[in-house]
Each structure stands twice: as C-alpha cells, then as structure tokens.
Design a protein around this ligand. Structure first.
Ligand SMILES: [Zn+2]
Length: 186
C-alpha cells in the first residue's frame, strides 16, 4: 500500500471539499487515514483461499453453519462503510472439514476491500467451494449501507439482504430451507 499517495490524496480531498488542510484539527488527518487504510483494506491483494491451509479429516456430512459473523466493509461506489452480519454454511463432502474460525476469516478477507454486498456474498461462497470442495455452500449477508442511510434515500435501519447458494444448496429446496430455519432461530 502506498501511504504517501493516500496522504496526498486526503490532503487534496480536504481542500477539494472546501476545508483547509492546514487547519490544526485536520493537519494529521492524512497520516491517520493512511494508517487506517492499511487495516481496513488489508484484504486487497490477499488470497482468501490461503485461509484454508489445514483441513481436518472428518467424516461429518451434515450442515455446518456459522451465523452472525460481524463484518465491516467499504462500498466501492461511495467509499462509505456498509456493516452487518454474514451467515455461512457448508455441507462437507464427508472427508474433510475446516476450523470454524476460518469461515469468519474468509468473510473478513473479502470484506476488507472496496466491495459491493452482492460480490462479497458470491465471493465468499465461491472461495469456500474452491478451497474446501464441499457438497454445497450457502451464504446470507445482511447489512446497513451508510451510502443509503446518511445520503440519498436516507432510510436508517434498512437492511439489504443478499444470498448465494452453490452445490446441493442450489439444487435442493429442502437443504436451503434447513439453512434458513437454522439462521432464523435465535
Ligand atoms: Zn454505496
């Protein structure tokens, strides 16, 4: 990541919106933003499949679900955050499973990029399909977008819900229904 470039850009941005980049309160803002970007965009260029380095040998062949995975991402259209929860399930192939924290980690790697919620959802599903080769994957993402709530249509509290299903979750309505009943249970 080119921190100098980010600092120059933030200075120009402050000037561009009509504020004074030399004003005391914002004098160090370019550095702060550059340091923050290293963290919130750490998924750019990272390989999300690398999360699954060690698979565990296990004959489990029922749905494995991790729900309410919190994430923070950045809308690529407006550079404003969208924040929410992901629910990620897969149906193992009966030979291998992954550690549960890895599913949350895949969401994180994809979220820490310039994103769209739709792509975040399908990318998480496809990474798991490729890396783990399960019988199926289903991902549901619910999020609030600041570009909708602090500007434009201004509907605070409105959630966007997206889903992606692959493999057996796509083919079988009963498997999708099982997933949906598992995530709706409190
Ligand atoms: Zn947006």
């Amino acid at each position: 990541m080119d921190k100098e470039k980010i600092k120059q850009a933030v200075r120009l941005f402050i000037e561009g919106i009509g504020d004074d980049p030399n004003r005391e309160g914002v004098l160090h803002t370019p550095e702060r933003v550059a340091a923050m970007c290293a963290e919130i965009f750490s998924g750019i260029g990272a390989n999300p499949a690398a999360v699954f380095t060690r698979l565990l040998s296990e004959s489990h062949d029922e749905i494995v679900l991790v729900k309410n995975i919190p994430f923070y991402s950045m809308c690529e259209h407006h550079l404003l955050p969208f924040v929410g929860q992901a629910h990620v399930a897969y149906l193992p192939d009966g030979k291998r499973i992954t550690g549960l924290s890895k599913l949350a980690r895949v969401v994180e790697v994809h979220a820490k990029r310039l994103q769209l919620q739709e792509r975040l959802t399908t990318d998480v599903a496809e990474t798991i399909m490729r890396a783990l080769k399960p019988r199926g994957v289903m991902v549901v993402v619910e999020a609030e977008h600041l570009c909708m709530t602090m500007r434009g249509i201004k509907k605070p509290g409105s959630n966007i819900v997206t889903s992606a299903n692959r493999g057996v979750f796509r083919r079988k309505a009963a498997t999708r229904a099982e997933f949906l009943s598992l995530i709706s249970r409190k």
